[in-house]
Design a binder for this molecule. Structure first.
Ligand code: GLN
Length: 547
């Protein structure tokens, strides 16, 4: 292991841009590079600059932007930050996700304060200076050897121009301490049976017109790109032949660091930025995970009940936490999405009967909520391992209050403000809030678990900290009745007394968490609760097959 001492060598800045089309996986490439550098002993962080005007993605619905990720410091962030944490095990913060909205807000605040001393405030230099200041913020803490900056969007978008202009200037300011990686797409034209390099050439040309010469090109492709073709791209684009790297589709994103290392991406970046190369990255724990993944033969069938089933990014962190948990339990994950708007008592047997475990998804609003109650009642009565997350936990409490306590109109005041039994209610401090952006209960809070509870057993300790994103909470007035009927409140915030975890101890595995354990589950440090849930699902499936 070796570190670049921040006193002798300055922080290295790696910029990652994308061209041709969106959704190529810049986040995965940035994460993979960070994973390799981290495995070489460097201190690495990744940040995302998003060109949209929203201050953060917290107010965007999942159709717009997939999942909203939450950092421990309570930032509602782009889902790529989830990849960054899952691949590096390094926590991200407010500083790791910056939007155009944040940049403009800060410049406009400075203008109102009079900081610009009578000058006309312009995109260049004021907006670009603010972007540059934000790019260098984490580097200036002295905590990192490498700061990887992913520029959202695609080269050629109007919105990303100020960011690319800032990268151009930073390249100039930072000299050898900066390096640019450009990700493009090489399509395969089936009718001609050919891979086409023209879109890549155009995209690099566009970048060059903006004054940025990429040092490394990463080509996303569905087919192997012949060496000859890569040489041709190198020649057309002024990039060294060995710095033209292909990133072919792989069965899981967790293979990408290995594929990148095989083509020496980490070494190329180190050489470009003047960092001495010695030895290989220490990838043993990562390779152990991959080998477990590959050797798993049997599957575990988990159902995810939610209303965004057609969107593959809406429950990203839950999918990944489940995948990690299945892998560590030596199982392939067979994840089935169950549309909560299409689940009724009449089809519950058919939709749920085959599952080893069920997750009731987080969410907002009335739509699809009835299906969550159907699933919960069915799972409770059939004693299926069940995991309720955030709204899923709140639904657990409502279903139990209605069908076990007999409070037939019990509800959350989010769904029915005039319910006679507000078993889930707005938190006191939320009642006066009118602004929607960034005002939920966000980020990591302490939770104390009851000794002997299933949750405490799963974590192997009673004091934990997990991340939140909600406005409503279990109404403590109902705890006594819930507990008397068998639903135990086994996790509480030690300072406020808010209930964070409920469980049915007389069931196989029936746990609801007000927090989101999926946000802190990483490849090298998977969520103990997800691991335990999948373990329970496996043992349930084994019990059934014995019968
Ligand atoms: N809508 C619920 C609340 O605000 C749950 C939120 C969630 O599931 N993230 O409390």
């Amino acid at each position: 292991m070796h570190f670049i001492s921040s006193t002798t060598v300055e922080t290295k800045y790696i910029f990652v841009t994308g061209g041709v089309v969106s959704s190529l996986g810049k986040g995965i490439i940035s994460s993979s590079l960070a994973c390799l550098l981290k495995a070489r002993g460097f201190r690495v962080t990744i940040q995302k600059f998003d060109p949209y005007i929203n201050i953060d993605p917290g107010t965007l619905n999942p159709y717009e932007h997939g999942e909203c990720y939450v950092t421990a410091d309570g930032t509602e962030a782009d889902l790529d930050l989830g990849h960054y944490e899952r691949f590096t095990n390094v926590p991200t913060t407010h500083a790791n996700n910056v939007t155009t909205g944040r940049i403009y807000q800060s410049v406009i605040n400075k203008e109102r304060r009079g900081d610009y001393l009578g000058k006309t405030v312009q995109i260049v230099p004021h907006i670009t200076d603010e972007i540059k200041r934000n790019v260098k913020y984490l580097g200036n803490t002295g905590d990192y050897d490498f700061v990887i900056t992913e520029i959202g969007g695609t080269v050629g978008d109007i919105e990303s121009l100020p960011f690319l202009e800032s990268v151009r200037q930073l390249r100039w300011d930072l000299g050898q301490n900066a390096c640019c990686v450009h990700l493009t797409y090489v399509p395969y034209i089936a009718a001609a049976k050919e891979l086409k390099t023209k879109p890549t050439q155009h995209s690099v040309k566009q970048l060059q017109e903006l004054g940025i010469q990429p040092d490394v090109l990463i080509l996303r492709t569905e087919k192997e790109i012949p060496a000859e073709m890569r040489r041709k791209i190198a020649q057309f684009c002024n990039v060294a032949p060995e710095a033209v790297i292909q990133s072919a589709d792989v069965p899981t994103i967790y293979e990408v660091p290995v594929r990148m290392h095989e083509q020496h991406l980490d070494e190329i970046i180190m050489r470009k930025t003047g960092v001495e190369i010695s030895g290989d990255p220490h990838m043993d724990p990562w390779m152990h995970f991959l080998s477990k993944m590959k050797s798993a033969r049997e599957t575990v069938k988990i159902g995810l009940v939610g209303k965004y089933v057609e969107l593959q990014d809406a429950y990203k962190s839950i999918n990944e936490a489940l995948f990690q948990a299945a892998t560590y339990n030596d199982r392939k994950l067979d994840l089935r999405y169950i549309h909560s708007e299409k689940l009724y008592d009449s089809n519950a047997d058919e939709k749920l009967g085959d599952l080893d475990g069920v997750i009731i998804a987080p969410g907002f609003g009335q739509r699809g909520i009835e299906g969550k109650f159907v699933a919960l009642k069915w799972c409770r009565e059939h004693d299926v391992p069940t995991f309720g997350i955030c709204l899923g936990m709140q639904c657990m409490v409502i279903e139990f209050a209605r069908n076990v306590l007999g409070l037939t109109d019990a509800n959350s005041t989010e769904m029915d403000p005039s319910t006679p039994d507000k078993v889930i209610d707005l938190m006191e401090e939320q009642k006066s809030i009118s602004n929607m952006g960034g005002t939920m209960r966000l980020g990591a809070y302490e939770c104390r678990l009851a000794d002997g509870s299933r949750a405490a057993e799963a974590y192997g300790k009673t004091d934990i900290s997990e991340r939140h994103r909600h406005r409503f909470e279990l109404n403590n007035d109902y705890c006594e009745r819930l507990e008397a009927a068998g639903m135990k409140c086994v996790g509480r915030n030690p300072s406020t007394g808010l209930v964070e975890v409920v469980e049915l101890p007389d069931h196989r595995w029936f746990i609801g968490t007000q927090y989101h354990p999926e946000y802190s589950s990483t490849v090298l440090s998977p969520s103990p609760l997800f691991i335990d849930f999948v373990k329970a699902a496996i043992s349930y499936s084994e019990d059934r097959s014995e019968k």
